[in-house]
Each structure stands twice: as structure tokens, then as C-alpha cells.
Design a protein around this ligand. Structure first.
Ligand SMILES: [Mg+2]
Length: 252
């Protein structure tokens, strides 16, 4: 009788051990732009300045906007993310409209594009409320890695200005966030996707690709985002949706 009781209680105990073991081994990957700090609004301000400029040159604001959005979504594959990619999208949009009317691009146009690019590149970085506390809470419990897509110096500059490097074991600036990029990261760190989570604001970059390779995902939902980030959400069941970074304390 004693033996069989022991047998039963260890069977009950076993899943608990397994569960604790799994929980202890989570590794968390966290996005930066629009997850830890505001970024999108600086691009929005840049876009508005560009549209103002084009409107003054007597082009139809909405038409310019639609073309800029289209070229901007193409740049992700060809010219990359970040302020230089956005500058290039604006430059191509400008040329597209100027060519239609025979207008010549001047040094004033170039100066404007440069100035807009700098305003995005060097924007101030302010953490969302509670981000520092939450990162501190998480880092006491799990290994944290920052994963941001874009251009190395621009993203590193923001990480520095936000003063968050100390919370992370390492920081990865990658050119894009595809399933292959995430798989590469897992291999490099020798971590299995089912022991890890990706946390971020973009279904297109932070949820769908990592979910596809078996990582858990947490969407930090934002009201506004880039048009090209608006893709149908695809997760694998190991998924949470939150609206505030602080809610991570309830999940992990
Ligand atoms: Mg983001």
C-alpha cells in the first residue's frame, strides 16, 4: 500500500517538475521600436513634412501619400529599414511625381530629404511607462535578448539613448525578421524555439515568423502601425496579446 501510494504521488509530482523545469528555461526575445519606445510617430511626422512639401509644389497630397506607401512597402525587400530606407522611398516618390510634370529636383529638395532623414535617425528615445521596471523584473527571472531589425548604427544609437543595454544578455540588429532569421538566432544561441518567446508590436515581424518556427509569441498591440505591418495574425497557440508592456509581469 505504501509503495503504491508513493508510486501515485511521484506520478503526480512528475508533471509539476517538468512544468517548473520548462518555466525556468524560458528565454525571452524582445523587440525595440514601438515595443519599448515610440518610433512610428517620428516616421509619421517625417511623412507629414514630406507631404506638406509636395503639396506646396502642387501635387495632390493623397496621391503622393498612396505612392509613398507603395514604394515604402517595397523598400523592405530592396533598400532596407530605417531612416535611410525611408529617405530613399521619399526620394523615389518625389522623382515619380516630378517626372510626370517635367519638374527638376533641386538642391532644396535634397536638403529637405536630408533634414527629414536626420530627424528620424536622431529622434529622442523615451521608454514607454513601466518598461524599465518590467525589464528589471524579467531579467531577474529569464535571459533576455533584444532583437531589432534595421540598420546597425541607427538601432544601436537608439539602444544607447534609451539606456537599456544592461537588461539584455545580448543585442541583435538584424536586416529583417523572417523565419530564417529567427532560426539562425536560435542556432547561434543554441536555444530551442519551444523554450523561447518573442515579444513585440508587429504581427508581420514579431509574431508570425517566430510562431512559424515554434517560438511562443506575445503581441504588444498598438493602435497605429505601418500599412505594411498590417498582415493577418498567425500564431501557434502559444500566444498572448497585451496592450501594455507591464502586463508581461502577469505572463512570465
Ligand atoms: Mg517594433
Amino acid at each position: 500500500m505504501a509503495n503504491s501510494l508513493f508510486f501515485h504521488s511521484s506520478l503526480l509530482f512528475f508533471p509539476f517538475v517538468l512544468y517548473s523545469f520548462t518555466v525556468m528555461r524560458w528565454t525571452l526575445f524582445i523587440d525595440a521600436d514601438d515595443t519599448l519606445w515610440e518610433n512610428f510617430t517620428y516616421f509619421e511626422a517625417a511623412r507629414d513634412r514630406f507631404l506638406d512639401w509636395m503639396e506646396k509644389a502642387e501635387f495632390v497630397r493623397d496621391e503622393v501619400n498612396v505612392t509613398l506607401s507603395r514604394i515604402d512597402s517595397e523598400r523592405t525587400h530592396e533598400i532596407g529599414f530605417g531612416s535611410m530606407g525611408y529617405r530613399e522611398a521619399m526620394r523615389r516618390t518625389m522623382l515619380f511625381f516630378y517626372e510626370k510634370t517635367g519638374r527638376k529636383k533641386t538642391s532644396k529638395d535634397t536638403a529637405l530629404l536630408d533634414e527629414i532623414q536626420r530627424s528620424v535617425h536622431l529622434h529622442s528615445v523615451e521608454l514607454y511607462p513601466g518598461v524599465a521596471d518590467t525589464l528589471q523584473y524579467l531579467r531577474e527571472r529569464y535571459p533576455l535578448f533584444l532583437v531589432t531589425k534595421g540598420v546597425e548604427d541607427e538601432q544601436s544609437g537608439k539602444v544607447e539613448r534609451a539606456d537599456v543595454a544592461g537588461y539584455f544578455k545580448d543585442i541583435f540588429v538584424i536586416p529583417d525578421k523572417t523565419p530564417e532569421h529567427y532560426r539562425e538566432l536560435m542556432n547561434k544561441l543554441n536555444i530551442s524555439p519551444d523554450e523561447s518567446w518573442m515579444i513585440g508590436n508587429s504581427p508581420r515581424s514579431d509574431i508570425n515568423p517566430p510562431a512559424e518556427i515554434g517560438m511562443g509569441t506575445v503581441l504588444v498591440k498598438k493602435e497605429r502601425a505601418w500599412d505594411f505591418e498590417e498582415v493577418p495574425l498567425k500564431h501557434n497557440g502559444r500566444f498572448h496579446e497585451i496592450t501594455d508592456f507591464r502586463q508581461l509581469k502577469e505572463i512570465f
